[in-house]
Ligand binder design. Structure first.
Ligand code: 0PR
Length: 365
């Protein structure tokens, strides 16, 4: 640390020098996050100092968190869902498995999940000492539900489905998984971290949420397609008080018990998440999602006319291609199988897609 500090001007020119090293969003095609919506930024700044970890000190902010859970529960066909604001999909997935384990104590617990799960499940299983039983995907890159059923045994504490896979943007057949879960009385967690803010706003949403009786918990990330500030996730539970199974004593806080993973928890991104939902409403979100899906389709069609084949027919706005290079300075990502992957987030506008396709065409010319 400096002994005497520096002037505010010097400090902020130093900070902005570093900020300038960050990549320009106009070229970022690989991210599942986006530029936050202006109302999210405004709400975030308004709630900057709030701490949901000690809710008795911030009852107004805590009420907004309950409202966010109610809004999302309603969106996912279950107004009375329980839940809380997490730091994102990783925390939501860890907590879902922690809850499943607490509700079914036993030796050698295992989790049955698709090969396509996000790597946060690896972290969750490491932390909770759970065996990961990977279910192969079909040629459509979705979980093979019959194979999942075969892997379930008496030590299975949870079945997982993904609604909007990270790599290929596929929605698993959650209705089939829900049937299996209900028949075998197994906890079903749906990772809708990405797809949860897309699928309900599509013209023909596939069933993936609490409308299916077998679904126990659901993860959704407002800091992805919900355009909130980072970090904003939500874990929802079918039973309103289900998370109480994770309660531990928090004697010196304003609330004497807690089930959250984080202690100090920011109210700011949670307020940002609620702000976007209330400001845009269903019709505004439908318009955003329609734009992203249209851009995804245009990108796929444009790549096909340049001789590049798609690697999947995505259910959400993630486009993948059989292709091994892209022009500078575009920032894309590559799947484990080596496919080019582009996420058509709200900041990836129609103009940016055309600019990318044009640069791409030049590279192959
Ligand atoms: N579940 C799914 C389906 C996800 O896609 C992700 C993250 C998670 C869980 C974990 O969420 P958190 O990262 O919020 O804990 N998906 C992106 C990924 O890993 C996250 C991301 C976002 C990566 C922006 C890069 C980036 O620039 O690819």
């Amino acid at each position: 640390m400096l002994s005497n500090g520096i002037s505010e001007d010097d400090l902020f020119s130093f900070l902005s020098l570093h900020k300038k090293e960050d990549l320009d969003h106009r070229y970022i095609l690989s991210s599942m996050c986006t530029l936050p919506h202006p109302v999210a930024v405004r709400a975030h700044c308004m709630f900057m100092e709030t701490n949901l970890g000690d809710p008795g000190l911030f009852p107004g902010t805590a009420a907004l968190e309950r409202l966010l859970v109610e809004r999302l529960g309603t969106l996912f066909h279950h107004k009375n869902a329980g839940g809380y604001a997490t730091s994102g999909g990783t925390e939501s997935n860890i907590q879902a498995l922690r809850l499943a384990k607490a509700l079914r104590p036993g030796s050698s617990p295992n989790v049955v999940l698709p090969e396509s799960v996000h790597f946060s499940f690896k972290k969750a299983c490491d932390l909770l000492s759970l065996e990961m039983r990977s279910v192969p995907l079909g040629t459509d890159r979705r979980i093979m539900a019959d194979k999942a059923a075969e892997l379930i045994d008496k030590n299975t504490i949870c079945l997982v489905g993904v609604a909007g896979t990270t790599e290929y943007g596929m929605v698993d057949p959650i209705a089939d998984l829900a049937k299996i879960a209900a028949q075998q009385d197994i906890f079903l967690h749906v990772d809708a971290a990405f797809g949860g803010m897309v699928i309900p706003f599509l013209p023909k949403p596939v069933p993936f949420d609490f409308a299916l009786p077998g679904v126990t918990t659901l993860a959704v990330d407002p800091h992805k397609m919900g355009m909130s500030t980072i970090p904003a996730g939500v874990l929802l539970t079918r039973e309103p008080d289900m998370l109480d199974a994770l309660n531990i004593d928090t004697p010196y806080l304003t609330v004497k018990k807690g089930y959250t993973l984080g202690g100090t928890r920011p109210g700011a991104p949670m307020a940002g998440a609620l702000a976007v939902l209330d400001y845009l409403g269903i019709s505004g979100m439908k318009a955003v999602v329609a734009g992203c899906m249209k851009n995804t389709e245009r990108l796929i069609a444009g790549m096909e006319t340049r001789g590049i084949q798609p690697a999947a027919s995505p259910d959400v706005n993630v486009a993948t291609f059989v292709c091994d290079r892209v022009p500078e300075p575009w920032k894309v990502s590559w799947t484990r199988a080596g496919h080019l992957r582009i996420v058509c987030m709200p900041h990836v506008t129609a103009d940016r897609i055309e600019a990318f396709l044009s640069d791409f065409g030049d590279m192959y010319a």
